[in-house]
Structures are given as C-alpha cells and as structure tokens.
Design a protein. Sequence first.
Length: 557
Amino acid sequence: MTLPALPAAPLSEDLYRDACRAGLAQVARAFPEDLALAAQAVAQARQAWPADADPLAEPWPPMRMRQAPPAPAAAMTQARQRAPLPPASLPAPREPWHWLDAGQIAAAYRAGDFGPVELARALLERIDALDGGLHAFIDVDAGQVLAQARACEARLRAGTPRGPLEGVPVGIKDILDVAGQATTCHSLLRLDHRAAQDAFVVARLRQAGAVLMGKLALHEFAVGGPPVTVPFPSALNPWDRTRHPGGSSSGSGVALAAGLVPLALGTDTGGSVRNPAGHCGVAGLKPTYGLVSRTGAFPLSFTLDHIGPMARSVADLACLLDAIAAWDGADPACAPFARPAYGSKLHAGVAGLRIGLLRHFHEEDMPAHPEVAAAFEQAAQLLREAGARVCEARLPPLQRFGAAQRVIFQSEAWAIHAQGLRTRPQDYSPVARQKLLPGALLSAAEYVQAQQLRGPLMAAVDQALESVDVLMAVNSMDPPCRVDDAQACRQTYGRHARSPFNLTGHPALAVMAGLSGEGLPLSVQFVGRAFDEATVLQVGAEFERRAGWAGRHPPGL
C-alpha cells in the first residue's frame, strides 16, 4: 500500500505505518502528538507485563464469569421481600429537605410533612441557584420533572404507590438512555442522539416510582476528563471548586455532595463510581459484574463496565440497588437469579465479621499520601472497636491487576470507538482521544493474554475471601488534585486501588473516611464475595454510623 507523506515529528516511520494500517492516517496527520502518546502508553503496558504470565492459560470467558447464587423456585422477575422502609411515626426531619435521604423522604411523605411536588420544586430551585457554578447537570427539564412529581403525588394520595422510591428524585448519568432524551455521553459526537427507549435501570427506576431529575455530567464517553472538556463544562467539586471531583461519574458525585439530588446512578469501568464518591465525600457501590443490567448504557469496555448506585448514605445505596438489580435477558452478562433485599443486614453490626486489610496496596505497591494512609488506619480501628476481627490480607500486586485491566480496557474501548476516531478525531476532546488511541496499537494476542491473566487474578481474590468476609482497601492514593493541573489530572487516574475489582468483578463499596488537612474528602473501600453485596453494605453501614462522616457536607452549602 502507498502511504501518504509522513507528517512532521514526533512520529516514526514504523508508528506512522501502524497508524495507517489501523485506518488512522487522519489522526496521524492532525494529531501526531496524541498518537505518539498512545504509542508510549502501549510501550509502558508491554514493559509492565508480568514475565511469568502463562501463555497457555484458558482466557477469561465473559459468559460464565462465575457461578451465580442458586435461583429460588420463584420466577426471577417476581417482586422480592425488601427491608421495610422507616415507619410513618419517624419524627419530622430536622435537616433541610435537600439533605434528606430516601428513607426520610418516604417517611415525610407518609406523615404529610410535604409531598413530591414540593420537594421537586425545592430541588429545581436549588439546582437553578447552585448548578451554574457546579455544572453537575447537562440537562434538566423542569416541566417533565414536575409532571412526574404530580403523578407520584396522585398515586401516594390514592394509596397506590409504584414502589419504595415513589416520589424520590434520582439523577441519571448521561451515558444511560432515557426515552426521548439525548444520551450525549458528554461528547460532540452524540449531540444529535435521541434514545428510543429507557435503559433497563432507568425503566426499573420508573417502575419503583422515582422522579428522574435530569441528565448528569461525566467525563467524555466515561474516559475523558478535565482540564479541557467539550461540549459542556466539567463538573466542579463542591468541597473546593479548584479540585478534581473524580470521574467519570463526576456529575453524579457533585450533585449528591451539593444536595441537588438524594440519589444518582453512575457507571464504573475502572473505578468511575467510587472515584467521584471518594472525591466528593459520598457513597458509591460497584456491584458484582452481572448483577445489574447494562442494557441501554453506552459501552466503554464490554467486560469491565458496571452500573452502580450513588448516594449520601449506605442505606440509600441499598434502596437504590434494590430498585435497579434484576435479571435482564437482553444483557448476556446479566446473571439469572432472583435478587435478595440488599438492605437486610444494615443494622446487624460487624461483631465477629472478619475484615482483611489490603495494606500492601498503599504501603508497598503504590505508596499513598500520608493522610490517606492515616484515614485507612482510623477506619480499621473503628471496625475493631465495633467487634470486627481485623487481620492482614494480601492479593497479587496492584501492578499485576493493572497490566491486565489496562490492555483489556484499551482493546475493547478501541473496538467501540474505532469508527469515530477514524472519521471524526477532531470531535473528541484531547484527553479522550489520547486515552482511546492506544487500543489501535495493541494486538489480538495481547488482548487474549490479558484475558488469560484475568482468571488467576479472579481466583486470588476469591481465595482471599475464603478466610475473611470482606476486604478493605484505600480508594484513591491521594486527596483530590487541582483540576487545572493537567499533569496532576493525568497522574490521579493511575493512583488508586479500584480497577482490580472491575477486572475480577467483585462488589466494591466506597465510603467517606475523613477529611484532609485542606478539608478535602478521603475514602476507603470495602470489597466482598461475588453477589454478596448485602455483607459489603452491612460493613459500610456500621462504619458509617461509627465514623459520622456521612452527615458532613461541603462548607457553605
């Protein structure tokens, strides 16, 4: 094949030839620096590859990732017995409405303190007053919100609520389809898109009676990020608007922390629920792979993507997970079994539970900021005082997890974005383009080898959870960095302990564990056995009660 003229440095002739073979001649000419960065990322990934990886191992098979719990005799789609909502006799909430959790809202509705329309109006006014400086929402249709709230109010008055979230507002990350609305993925490439139907999780929220408040900001295609984003501004951290809010579910974390919504949905491919939960001082759960359907979510990495609940309390995470977790035959990875009530053990405490500390993640593999390490130790001590049996635990090094996760993510993301990068590279933000291009330079063999490495890493986590009930790890290795520091933003995405559990599929919960010396949220993770979200939430709820951080809000809000 005859190649066009070689562009100016920094591209070598070999790299230019590889780019043209991948259909990226336009990128090579217009954005040679981005292609050079992609080649550098691939070289680093190859250099980090474990020398002892078994080339004859069976690749990880997504369709049978792990055996789901045995299904009861009842049909998988029948209504489950859920943990009871707070009784109507609860005292009237003392906090302003915008800080109430879902249980408090439901109790207030039953007591007649206020109704869904009043709450929706109050939150719309708060969004109007605050979000111009926070950019949590991409789109809010006040007319639709109030119409939903009026319908909820009518059902409550008639005594026919749809479900436990009747009249409770929820924000939707703009990577999930809402019928009739754009799913922009925070990208110029998707501005003209309109969803024909709801994503499975959005339909489940409607069935539970939730009020959909609008579409929330994110990093472009769940992979871009600050300091430069298009076509909408980046969401800003309400604890300090000069600091990183986490991503990619940045709008979800910001909206919760600012009291714009009580509940939100995020997605998590390498930590994108838990990162903004940690940086914004809220709670976020990445469920077990296969627990929550991904139908109607724009994909980033087919075998790493998860949809998860975000909230200001662990109890609200359980309530939201109850609503969205169900079998969906349209998602080939969705596990076919009847889901339990995930809040059933929230008040059981942790006495006698075994909690394994993954200290080596932040002490040996990737040394953490001293304030992060101190918050981790304080959290462990609180659990000891609560009666948990706390001990050391070990997994393979973070770098081994990262080697496999990186290649899988880059390969699958390239498969999704190849056409867009070949034909409209200029419409991607620089950060998204730089993160997506490395997949074009990876081979099929490297993708298979990464899937081969995945199985033993899954088994290692399973084995560790045979001797403990829950593992505990740090979330981010550092407090939130400055959002206008491009180098710090690039570094922050690699300094964490989240992606191992996207790779292995285990459930992972992030909760606030303290404040840095600069008043910025710090966070820890609790990781459990596959499909044992109830125990993970049990530990998180007890820690939350004893630590008291869940009641802290950003200054001035």
